[in-house]
Ligand binder design. Structure first.
Ligand SMILES: *Cc1c(COP(=O)(O)O)cnc(C)c1O
Length: 417
């Protein structure tokens, strides 16, 4: 369990502790969330937040950087080792800012990009019109097919017509394997850069449970707070020295100012954890749990987009399965302390604030020690609740079952013992 904190500012103290309790008492199924160790929390809450150091190790615009230089270099070395890649920028404040910096490194404003559309599981920053990526670049989209799978022949034909300067692969809500080798061939055929955004699956890739883009993509980006189980933020990796120089200039001074050294140190601590054998065991359990969770819904006759998952998440079509919208399903489960997010599904007829699906992910509860047994219990509870959305007695019973589970599996302080 995380500690309660005490502050002179009682307003914020109370709210932080309420949020701490919420995290302990809720079953967290948001696929992009996880629980960091207390080690990571300590580094993120350290005095490093005081330090300015625009620039890069050895080349700063400020004095007094001898220790933060070493911290940043360790973070770089560790993440390069985890992905077996040559160069890393560990300064991005978030995945979205990192993506903006990648665009700036590879493209000129107005250049064409090709990414997966949002309804198919893509990310806002992959060319969506309300994001920088769709406003400042000419963006085109490929989609998944009727069954919810990427169709590489179709992507190639679209790429031949569009002639993008950059193709983006790697997604927020796609439960199947991304074949980076096939994307490389497509990119080569049309003369495009290949950018792999592995924010969601980076932990699985480190553990060898999903193919790696390291030898195929020109640039790789991952957030550090999803399956990687670190602090919030991102890293950008490449094997190309020229591109690395451009990436460094795009992060600073292109998009960012001073690096957040407390976050860089916390990233380094999470990379240290990811280098230990326990991390591979964790990822294996994530995959087992996700598949078992998904299979239990399929056994109950629910519709899962693209069938059995091959990674840490899947999309449940709650419209077809239970006659509910994604928003209704999210709200019902919230009453029972089960946290999920509504999510658009391929060919969704509802708007993005309503949707027809929910996204379910195994990383967070696996960090608390859930195994296949608990995920089977959980799938049964969710299925029952959604089949009888009005049955308050049933919902009260389920809420008690949830409390039993969260009490038996408190958030862990460390993942290394
Ligand atoms: C989460 C995510 C991002 C953005 O990360 P933020 O830190 O929320 O900005 C970018 N790309 C993909 C594929 C993601 O899943």
């Amino acid at each position: 369990m995380y500690r309660n904190i005490s502050l002179e500012d009682k307003d914020i103290e109370a709210l932080i502790n309420l949020e701490r309790n919420r995290q302990e008492e809720h079953i967290e199924l948001i696929a992009s969330e996880n629980y960091v160790s207390e080690q990571v929390l300590k580094a993120a809450g350290s005095c490093l937040t005081n330090k300015y150091g625009e620039g890069y190790p050895g080349k700063r615009y400020y004095g007094g950087c001898q220790y933060v230089d070493e911290i940043e270099k360790l973070a770089q070395e560790r993440i390069c080792k985890l992905f077996n890649m040559k160069y890393a920028n560990v300064q991005p404040y978030s995945g979205s800012v990192a993506n903006a910096a990648v665009y700036m490194s590879l493209l000129e404003p107005g250049d064409k990009v090709l990414g997966l559309d949002l309804n198919s599981g893509g990310h806002l920053t992959h060319g969506y019109k309300i994001s920088f990526s769709g406003k400042f670049y000419e963006s085109y989209a490929y989609s998944v097919n009727e069954e919810g799978f990427l169709d590489y022949d179709q992507i190639l034909s679209i790429a031949k017509v569009v002639k993008p300067k950059m193709i983006i692969c790697g997604y927020s809500a796609y439960s199947q394997i991304v074949e980076f080798d096939k994307f490389r061939k497509i990119a080569d055929e049309v003369g495009a850069y290949l950018f792999a955004d592995i924010s969601h699956i980076s932990g699985l890739i480190i553990a060898g449970l999903h193919p790696s883009p390291a030898e195929y993509a020109d640039v790789v980006m991952t957030t550090t707070h999803k399956t990687l189980r670190g602090t919030r933020g991102a890293v950008i990796l490449t094997n190309n020295e020229e591109l690395f120089k451009k990436i460094n200039r795009s992060v600073f001074p292109g998009y960012q100012g001073g690096p957040l050294f407390h976050q860089i140190a916390a990233k380094a601590v999470s990379f240290y954890e990811a280098l230990q054998p326990q991390f591979i065991d964790y990822q294996k359990q994530v995959l087992l749990n996700s598949k078992t969770f998904c299979q239990t819904f399929i056994n109950k006759g629910a519709r899962v987009i693209s069938g059995l998952t091959k990674n840490h998440l899947f999309l449940l079509d709650v419209k077809t399965s239970y006659g509910l919208t994604g928003k209704q399903a999210e709200d019902i489960l919230k009453q029972m302390n089960i946290t999920v997010n509504k999510n658009s599904i391929p060919n969704d007829t509802e708007n993005p604030m309503v949707t027809s699906g929910i996204r379910l992910g195994a990383p967070a509860m696996t960090s608390r020690g859930f195994t296949e047994d608990e995920f089977i219990i959980l799938a049964n509870l969710i299925d029952k609740a959604l089949r009888e959305p009005q049955n308050e007695n049933l919902h009260n019973v389920i809420k008690k079952e949830v409390a039993k589970l969260t009490n038996s599996f408190p958030i862990k302080k460390t993942y290394l013992s």
